[in-house]
Design a binder for this molecule. Structure first.
Ligand SMILES: Nc1ncnc2c1ncn2[C@@H]1O[C@H](COP(=O)(O)OP(=O)(O)OP(=O)(O)O)[C@@H](O)[C@H]1O
Ligand SMILES: [Mg+2]
Length: 377
């Protein structure tokens, strides 16, 4: 490179660089204004940088006066074109961003956002991101609606389920009070049974509200699954015997799981009680426990005759009960004391299992269905 060329580059850099710094300062000052300003500043800076470079080199005698005026005219014309182009691009950009803003506004009003491809990649990314947010929002709204529905259902069923035993209690106590009961001890037993049932229901509701509020304090410790299952089997044995249901199955030796022992036995006994209740006389209920890749698996298999896929999708919902469960045979010993449950058992099972980072599922398994709980060890 010749000495002259080096000098031209140096002079050009100094003059154009000063204009560039000035342009940056103006762009910074206008940073909160419309994007059109930024593009305009870039265009004008580019033109002025060329003008400054040319004037600088002319002053150093590298250009004659005549050449200088020719170059300046060319630069002015080119500058007009550049500024016109930047104005058009700026306008297009403003239009795209306005259209996204309008869509976002509509999204706020209606919850619907349609990702249309428009403008440069960055704007498209914003638009895609908004569309995904809209989708997530829609899903969470639907979830909330389902929850709200099940809560409303729960309140209505609970009030319904409390009203009938309360009415029965009032009738029985009135009969006792008036001395009209011909067999008072039977009334006493029945009153006791109704009260037990209501205590159980209130206890279940309390448990469920703790699960839903996320304040279930787990007292985690190593628990022998075999012990929990045999305790639950012993507790359920009288009910199974009364219903002519055989209890069986086996839990592999030495299976330990980190869990809250009280909550875990609640899970097992809820599943077991359901299984016994839905198994006909002479049927079998089996409980098995084994180690699997990602923890331990506990399964309860019954003889319920299978569940439809709609029922399977709803069994874990709060307050949901199969059609038969709302009108049980009152004298069936397998229905809980004095009547029926409230549809809370499986929702509690699911809540407890998930609080232990486990999962629960149901599938049909001839001649009934099988509930499978998987817990991490
Ligand atoms: N082992 C099972 N076999 C067939 N159906 C079942 C079984 N377990 C539950 N279900 C169905 O799922 C419904 C909900 O069960 P869940 O345990 O939550 O409530 P529930 O047993 O009716 O009342 P609760 O458990 O509160 O006393 C039951 O009403 C029944 O229709
Ligand atoms: Mg139940």
């Amino acid at each position: 490179m010749t000495h002259d060329q080096l000098a031209i580059i140096g002079i050009g850099a100094a003059w154009a660089g000063s204009v560039g710094v000035l342009g940056l300062a103006v762009a910074y000052a206008a940073r909160h204004r419309s994007f059109r300003w930024q593009i305009g500043v870039v265009g004008v800076t580019a033109v002025l940088a060329v003008v400054a470079g040319v004037v600088g080199t002319a002053r150093a005698m590298f250009l004659s006066n005549h050449d200088l005026s020719v170059v300046l005219w060319v630069v002015v014309v080119a500058g007009v074109v550049a500024i016109a182009v930047s104005a058009i691009v700026g306008m297009a950009f403003a239009m795209w961003s306005r259209s996204i803003r309008d869509d976002a506004k509509r999204f706020g009003d209606s919850g619907h956002f349609e990702a249309r491809s428009r403008g440069p990649a960055e704007l498209q990314q914003i638009s895609d991101e908004l569309a995904m947010t809209a989708e997530r929002l829609r899903e969470s709204r639907a979830r909330e609606q389902r929850l709200e529905e099940s809560r409303r259902e729960l309140v209505s069923w609970v009030s319904h389920d409390l009203r009938s035993p309360l009415a029965a209690l009032r009738a029985m106590t009135e009969a006792l009070e008036d001395g009209l009961a011909d067999d008072p001890s039977r009334y006493h037993r029945q009153i006791r049974a109704e009260v037990d049932r209501m205590v159980r229901m209130v206890d279940d509701l309390f448990e469920l509200s703790r699960i839903h509020a996320g304040v279930l304090a787990l007292n985690l410790q190593p628990v022998a699954l075999g012990d929990v299952v045999s305790e639950a089997l012993a507790g359920a044995d009288p009910v199974a015997r009364a219903g002519g249901v055989r209890l069986g199955g086996r839990v592999d030796d030495g299976l330990f799981v980190t869990a809250d022992p009280a909550e875990l036995s609640r899970v097992v006994s809820n599943l077991l009680m359901n299984a016994i209740r839905h198994t006909p006389a002479d049927g079998v209920v089996e409980v098995t426990g084994r180690a699997v890749d990602d923890g331990i698996e506990l399964s309860v298999t019954d003889g319920c005759g299978g569940l439809s896929s709609e029922d399977m999708a709803r069994v874990f919902d709060v307050a949901w009960q199969g059609s038969a469960a709302r009108t049980p045979a009152a004298d069936d010993p397998r229905t809980p004391v004095a009547g029926r449950g409230a549809g809370l058992g499986l929702a509690i099972v699911k809540g407890i299992v998930e609080a232990h980072r486990g999962r629960v599922a149901v599938a049909n398994h001839d001649p009934g269905c099988r509930f499978v709980v998987t817990l991490p060890t």
